[in-house]
Design a protein around this ligand. Structure first.
Ligand SMILES: *[C@@H]1O[C@H](CO)[C@@H](O)[C@H](O)[C@H]1NC(C)=O
Ligand SMILES: *[C@@H]1O[C@H](CO)[C@@H](O)[C@H](O)[C@H]1NC(C)=O
Length: 331
């Protein structure tokens, strides 16, 4: 990677207003695997130029970033070993990994979805394991009970899924996602300042054991979602207000993507969780991306960032499974 000499010093803007959410840890049968272990964490600080091409959420659903978020092609150094039938709990957070964290802004109503694909994904390889959308309508002005806010946020970021029964051994990616509709009444392509916000995040797992079940054909990311889908452009206020705004007014919300695979568990049950084993605070991310330009920086404290160089970034998904490189700085 080409890095130029120190360029300039900029104040680190607070990224909190952007309300990014991503997975900070994975519990396997209630046991924490550690901070960011096995997770393809997107860049999360936003950087001094936090506007424009955001690190997350993804709003362009035709972008490769819809697959596993920005830099989702870059492997995490470790992979979480699981068996068919194991209960996984994804621990979504925003600023820090504890119960004071707000997870996702209270206004970010929307569905949550979980897919699985062999690693690396191929054409139509993502299979849906679980989803939850608007699960209770309430009279206006209440927004109704949505998965992201009334379930995941209310439960301190905990999202549960069970490894499919008898699933064949191998390397898989689990793509977990939250979608926020506070600006989702218009397609991003029609108004780039608005549009639904997609928060996908991928977790690397290795399924062990002597399972025999292969995943069926699924969908591709990008590809699975279209701007014409009623679950991709949806007016959450309209749906409770019965007043026509930009989108069709409806009190039901059709979750986007395919139906849930019949091989997935019908119920996902929360299991008791161990305390977290690592830290609860993330190191400030030292890169950010805007229009495929990666800016690398160093932090002298949590307030000052020194830009040390820039490089180009383009997602490069391998077509064959690659053993992750040991932990190093990613940039
Ligand atoms: C996963 O959770 C289900 C439901 O609580 C439980 O019956 C099952 O034993 C759990 N699996 C493991 C491997 O702990
Ligand atoms: C969570 O972590 C933050 C940041 O370190 C801290 O301010 C807060 O008090 C912590 N909350 C709990 C419940 O531990």
């Amino acid at each position: 990677m080409q890095v130029r000499a120190p360029l300039l010093i900029l104040p680190l803007l607070c990224s909190n207003a952007l309300a990014h959410t991503f997975i900070w840890g994975v519990f396997v049968n209630g046991i924490d695997q550690g901070l960011f272990k096995g997770i393809r964490t997107p860049p999360y600080n936003g950087g001094p130029n936090a506007g424009g091409y955001a690190n997350s959420p993804i709003k362009d659903i035709d972008s490769i970033d819809l697959r596993c978020n920005v830099m989702g092609d870059i492997q995490a150094p470790d992979t979480i070993k699981v068996q068919p039938g194991d209960n996984l709990t994804f621990d979504w957070h925003h600023d820090y990994r504890n119960d004071s964290d707000d997870i996702i802004a209270f206004s970010h109503h929307g569905p949550s979805l979980i897919y699985i694909s062999p690693d690396p994904p191929t054409e139509n390889s993502f299979v849906k394991l679980w989803h939850e959308g608007l699960y209770e309508t309430l009279p206006f002005p209440q927004p109704g009970k949505w998965s992201t806010t009334a379930d995941i946020r209310a439960n301190h970021g905990k999202m549960n899924v069970r490894v499919p029964k008898n699933l064949k051994a191998g390397f898989y990616l689990i793509r977990a996602e939250m979608i926020a509709f506070h600006e989702g009444e218009v397609a991003y392509t029609k108004n780039p300042r608005r549009g639904a916000q997609f928060y996908p995040n991928c977790v690397q797992i290795e399924v062990v054991g002597d399972g025999t079940v292969q995943l069926p054909e699924g969908v591709s990311f990008p590809g699975a979602y279209k701007y014409e889908d009623p679950g991709v452009v949806h007016d959450i206020y309209c749906s409770t207000e019965t007043k026509t705004r930009t989108a069709v007014c409806t009190t039901t919300y059709p979750i986007p993507g395919p139906t849930i695979w019949s091989g997935a568990w019908a119920e996902t049950t929360a299991v008791p969780l161990s305390p977290v084993t690592d830290g609860t605070v993330a190191t400030p991310w030292s890169t950010w991306i805007q229009n495929s330009v990666v800016t690398s920086a160093s932090y002298s404290d949590r307030k000052t960032v020194t830009v040390v160089g820039t490089s180009r970034y383009e997602a490069k998904w391998s077509t064959t499974y690659q053993t992750p490189a040991p932990a190093t700085k990613r940039w």
